[in-house]
Design a protein around this ligand. Structure first.
Ligand SMILES: Nc1ncnc2c1ncn2[C@@H]1O[C@H](COP(=O)(O)OP(=O)(O)OP(=O)(O)O)[C@@H](O)[C@H]1O
Length: 338
């Protein structure tokens, strides 16, 4: 349905997007995931024809976004990060305005009724947009994208600025839209794309650094098991013992605390090193005070792929207290201003 080839956008010397190529099949829900400034909005603006590419092509259902722009744009509904709403209009007035603007030929009442239904707006049709909650304004933004019944929906950070309940509601709306549309949405929040999308494209510095289903991306770190251990003894001795265990690829001290230290031990792919580590340490009479297996989450993969740092106030706790890292993905709270 969407074919992107060699898409590039430069701003002077800076390449905001570099040589992106990917395709999206009909009915897929794709998530662009990446830290702030990764190039998500620039990519979406080029796919929707709002921004000219420096190089590369985009075709939507066979229509080239530059050379066949009118046809291509009719196939796309776009929800920009800040949807162009008119606060002094009622929802009804605004959507009728968009209907006329898009020169929509579908039967007006019937079509707008179905759009209200899809976007969950039926209860607020007569309300002024300025009086709507942020969540409902976002639904109005979605509704304007749905007018004309486009096959493809492009949604730029659709949940930014919403409260948790509104986020859940909008995600449900997007999931249901995905049953009839091809959807690309962008987010810097992993659980969002994980929950809603069939496939994830991780973008960093204007390039795709990973492409796959959440399960496929998880497989990329399969075998990269790690242990966090608290062990009594001289760190140099302990490290010597750990590094000699078959299947251990790396052992490091993450914290020292008097007689005991905390170690992070990484296994070679596929190896379960727990028993061998236990045996080796007990042979050397080094007491194990704790042993926890660290399961690398998708979040860890993305942090690795994008080199993003956890937010300072949420830096990982000492290794023995944090077997499963809980970090905010790209260091910005939902709803926070950029
Ligand atoms: N008009 C512009 N002029 C110069 N640089 C720009 C312009 N628009 C974007 N950029 C740069 O291009 C890069 C990609 O920006 P873009 O907005 O596409 O990222 P993003 O992934 O959407 O980030 P965010 O999540 O913060 O919206 C950034 O380094 C940005 O500063």
């Amino acid at each position: 349905m969407i074919q992107v080839n060699g898409l590039t956008r430069r701003y002077g010397d800076i390449a905001a997007v570099s040589d992106l190529s990917f395709s999206v099949a009909e009915g897929e829900i794709i998530g662009f995931l990446g830290p702030n400034g990764a190039g998500k909005t620039t990519t979406m603006n080029m796919i929707t024809g709002c921004l000219r590419a420096t190089a590369g092509t985009v075709t939507v259902d066979g229509a080239d976004i530059e050379t066949d722009a009118d046809r291509a744009r009719k196939i796309i509904g776009y929800l920009p990060e800040n949807p162009p709403l008119y606060p002094d209009m009622t929802v009804d007035e605004y959507l009728e305005f968009v209907y006329r603007l898009k020169k929509c030929r579908l039967p007006q009442k019937e079509h707008l009724d179905s759009v209200y239904d899809m976007a969950g707006l039926s209860d607020v049709r007569g309300r002024l947009i300025r009086n709507l909650s942020k969540g409902y304004r976002q639904r109005v933004g979605l509704a304007q994208a749905l007018i004309g019944d486009p096959k493809v929906l492009i949604l730029d950070e659709p949940t930014v600025g919403l409260d948790p309940r509104q986020i859940i509601e909008i995600r449900e709306v997007i999931r249901s839209l995905g049953q009839k549309h091809t959807v690309i949405l962008s987010s810097h929040i992993l659980p969002e794309v994980q929950e809603v999308c069939d496939r994830i494209l991780v973008i960093d510095h204007g390039r795709i650094v990973a492409d796959g289903t959440p399960a496929e991306l998880s497989e990329r770190v399969e075998g990269a098991e790690q242990l966090n251990m608290t062990i009594e003894g001289e760190p140099a001795t302990v490290l010597g013992v750990l590094r000699a265990v078959p299947g251990v690829s790396e052992a490091v001290v993450t914290a020292e605390d008097g007689m005991k230290s905390i170690y992070r031990i990484t296994a070679e792919p596929g190896a379960d090193i727990r028993r061998a580590v236990f045996d080796a340490l007990s042979q050397h009479q080094l007491a194990i005070l704790s042993m926890q297996q660290v399961e690398l989450s998708l979040e860890d993969i993305f942090l690795e792929l994008t080199g993003a740092e956890p937010a300072p106030e949420e830096a990982p706790a000492p290794a023995d207290e944090a077997p499963k890292k809980k970090r905010r993905l790209f260091g910005r709270k939902r709803g926070e201003d950029k």
